[in-house]
Design a protein. Structure first.
Length: 93
């Protein structure tokens, strides 16, 4: 798909947080998802469109967002250029 995930905590067992570096290619469809937990993202390059519930945000390099992932959300490249970000996902087990 349009997301390439690079896990940053391989080998660490018994954890609840999952850190990633993510490359995101533009995509026409903006499907939201929701799941238990929380997410924290920091934009590295490009621009990110974050739809959170009924609100939409455009994040630029250096911008960050912390949100409850039970709320329907979409994170994608804004415009037609690739974007990159760091993300930490907390999943209660």
């Amino acid at each position: 798909g349009s997301y390439r995930y690079y896990p940053l905590a391989r080998g660490k067992t018994d954890r609840h947080m999952e850190p990633f570096f993510i490359e995101i290619e533009p995509e026409p469809e903006k499907a939201t998802s929701s799941h238990e937990g929380e997410e924290f993202i920091i934009v590295v390059s490009g621009e990110i469109e974050l739809i959170y519930g009924k609100k939409a945000f455009t994040l630029k390099p250096g911008d960050s967002m912390y949100y409850n992932s039970i709320v329907p959300h979409y994170v994608g490249a804004a415009g037609n250029q690739k974007a990159e970000l760091y993300a930490v996902v907390f999943m209660p087990f």
